[in-house]
Design a protein around this ligand. Structure first.
Ligand code: ADP
Ligand code: MG
Length: 234
């Protein structure tokens, strides 16, 4: 396999301006960034540096006006909205800041919902079922719990199970430990690493916490919407 075919997502000269009424806020400036299969990357920077915006660009939730985003070498601009949604539902999963679960569905139903959405794309036949995914993240006893009845760490683990239901090749996590105490946060990150070992997805995790960033193989530093450093840590 060549490096090009192993590239999952690429951004070239990407700039994003968030419109806020008349005003525009420049969130990303001329960003070049590639993720290859199986990589473990931290997106590191202070609040407001553009981490969430870049994750949303990588996940196809924001289509930049300037620059090009490619998925497996295909420019996103050549896919219509439906094709984009289909590709995303089976290839790229996003764990949002705060678990962002559907509040009226149980933990189990939240995972089923994602699994059904992914099934609208092609099924591989060897996907793990919602119950098995919840067991994998240690929540066998919480199938029937509503999000409001879960602790922050438990909700985050449901969000991870839900993301895995998409059988992602790329897992994007936005500040997954931001609302957790450090011990619970460490356990959630350990869990994602263990799952990566089994499932083989690449992970990109946004964080403002240097201790979290240091756990990754590569750290990409953002400042005011620009990449100011891109380094291998180990
Ligand atoms: P981070 O995740 O690193 O905190 P963001 O990507 O959320 O950074 O934000 C980057 C910049 O874009 C910040 O200046 C932020 O205020 C601005 N921004 C983000 N989302 C919006 C939005 N929906 N409307 C206007 N400005 C936004
Ligand atoms: Mg953010």
């Amino acid at each position: 396999m060549t490096a090009t075919t192993a590239e999952l997502v690429g951004c070239r000269a990407v700039s994003v301006v968030h419109r806020n009424g008349e005003a525009g806020v420049s969130a990303l400036l001329n960003v070049d960034f590639q993720i290859r299969a199986g990589e473990r990357v931290a997106l590191f920077g202070p609040s407001g540096s553009g981490k969430t915006t870049l994750l949303h660009v990588l996940g196809g939730l924001i289509i930049p006006e300037h620059g090009e985003v490619t998925w497996r070498g295909r420019p996103l601009s050549t896919l219509d909205a439906r094709a984009r949604a289909r590709e995303r539902s089976r290839g790229i999963a996003l764990v949002f800041q705060g678990a962002n679960l559907l509040p009226t569905l149980t933990a189990y139903e939240n995972v089923v919902f994602a699994a059904n959405a992914a099934a609208a794309g092609a099924r591989s036949g060897d996907e793990r079922g919602p119950a098995e995914l919840l067991e994998l993240v240690g929540l066998a006893a919480k199938f029937e719990a509503l999000p409001g009845e879960l602790s922050g760490g438990e909700a985050q683990r449901v969000a991870i199970a839900r993301a895995l239901a998409q059988q992602p090749s790329l897992l994007l996590c936005d500040e997954p430990t931001g609302q957790l105490d450090s011990e619970t946060g460490r356990r959630v990150l350990d869990l994602v690493d263990a799952l990566q070992h089994d499932f083989g997805f690449a992970q990109v995790t946004a964080t403002h916490d240097a201790d979290v960033a240091c756990r990754f193989d590569r750290a990409v530093a953002l400042e005011d919407g620009r990449i100011v450093d891109d380094a291998w840590l180990q």
